[in-house]
Design a protein around this ligand. Structure first.
Ligand code: GRF
Length: 202
């Protein structure tokens, strides 16, 4: 059965685009039921609308607090019978209502090799630390920021001439490949979580 995705964004939406493209190419047996942004001017909302996908702006200021806002997202996702939630540049912490409504069904993409450099500006953190290799990670979302079980990672070497922007560009290209693949793996269902590890079955 074709599964129903929600993609949560805050900005540019290039990872959203990679998921839209993977669905259109038949690489993902899924449909994007709704795209939700906490920012009104998110370019990703336009990308969604252009692809014929319902695109909603939910303004946190319209709700009494984080719990109420998260509950509003849950209500939208339940109404659209969403199976899997994909965070794609969604710049908010995910709270309890959402985590409890979609246990092990929320994914995120992060531009570093976690657990190195969680949080904001991961590419700048990597350059400033002077690591030789960084990369991209897709993981399950838990209450711990960028801390859930890891589904896929890929390495990206740092070059001597790199700054945060040039590194971010090369990592982003890998994110676009990695995220649809991780979604495919999760939807496929042949995995279990063992402690912190995502263990796959053949
Ligand atoms: C990506 O680098 C992603 O890893 C991070 O935020 C950025 C979002 O970019 N969480 P986009 O909106 O998908 O283009």
């Amino acid at each position: 059965m074709t599964r129903r995705l929600a993609v949560l964004i805050s900005g540019r939406g290039s990872n959203l685009q990679s998921i839209i493209d993977a669905v259109a190419a038949g690489a993902l047996d899924a449909t994007i039921a709704v795209v939700v942004s906490n920012k009104k001017d998110a370019a990703g909302l336009t990308r969604a609308a252009e692809a014929g996908i319902e695109a909603l702006h939910l303004n946190p200021k319209d709700y009494s607090g984080r719990g109420a806002y998260d509950q509003a997202i849950v209500d939208v996702l339940h109404q659209r019978r969403v199976d899997l939630v994909c965070l794609a540049g969604f710049m908010r912490l995910v709270g309890k209502p959402l985590l409890e409504a979609f246990p092990r069904r929320i994914l995120n993409v992060h531009p570093s090799l976690l657990p190195s450099f969680p949080g904001l500006d991961a590419q700048r953190q990597a350059v400033e630390h002077g690591v030789r290799v960084s990369g991209a990670t897709v993981h399950f979302v838990t209450a711990e920021l960028d801390g859930g079980p890891i589904i896929l990672q890929t390495a990206v070497p740092l070059l001597d001439r790199d700054d945060a922007d040039s590194l971010a560009t090369r990592i982003l290209a890998e994110e676009h490949r990695l995220y649809p693949e991780a979604i495919r793996i999760v939807l496929d269902g042949r995995w279990r979580i063992d402690g912190r590890r995502v263990v796959r079955r053949d």
